[in-house]
Design a binder for this molecule. Structure first.
Ligand SMILES: [Mg+2]
Length: 181
């Protein structure tokens, strides 16, 4: 495993009703920064792969999203963690987008950026769109119960998602991924 791609809301940061619209509304999930730091120490590249239609819907500006991500970087840095790449798709949900998850565009960009093959990468998400994007990119899908993950599991995974590993949180997912490397 050379690359771990991470969804933002519900995986790295708390899922928030009505979007994160300001840096003050961004809250890193307990233990998530430490988990990213473990990946950094292990020499595994980390990439944020996040749909942010909050911009495309006109709710916040692209520069506000930048400020929110500056706060994310600062909070991670305080725990000795960093994201090696930060990709966002600001397209609105109804746009014909090759980047917006469940499309695999951002995942492919991350693979190309690090010159990593799909089978050497993992995508960790909390929604079915994350899992579908992973499958479409040929990347191993991992689901966490934080964010919307528990709700998705309660409803039952759709039939096109055949094999997915499930963990309580980013912390336990990273622990398991690092131990069975
Ligand atoms: Mg999410």
């Amino acid at each position: 495993m050379k690359l771990v791609m991470l969804d933002r809301d519900g995986v790295l940061t708390e899922e928030r009703d009505g979007y994160v619209k300001h840096p003050g509304e961004l809250q890193v999930i307990d233990g998530a920064a430490a988990a990213v730091a473990q990946l950094n120490v292990a020499g595994i590249k980390t990439a944020l792969v996040s749909n942010q239609s909050v911009v495309g819907r006109g709710i916040i500006s692209a520069s506000m999203l930048e400020r929110i991500h500056e706060k994310l970087r600062a909070e991670l840095a305080a725990a000795g963690a960093r994201l090696d790449l930060l990709l966002t798709c600001t397209d609105a949900p109804n746009s014909l987008s090759e980047r917006r998850k469940p499309a695999p565009g951002m995942l492919r960009e991350a693979l190309a950026h690090f010159r990593v093959s799909a089978h050497e990468a993992v995508m960790i998400g909390d929604q079915v769109t994350d899992l579908r994007a992973a499958v479409a990119a040929g990347v191993r899908p991992v689901l966490v119960r934080t964010g919307k993950g528990a709700e998705l599991l309660a409803k039952g995974l759709p039939q096109d998602i055949l094999t997915v590993r499930v963990y309580a949180s980013l912390t336990s997912a990273v622990e398991a991924l690092l131990s069975d490397r």
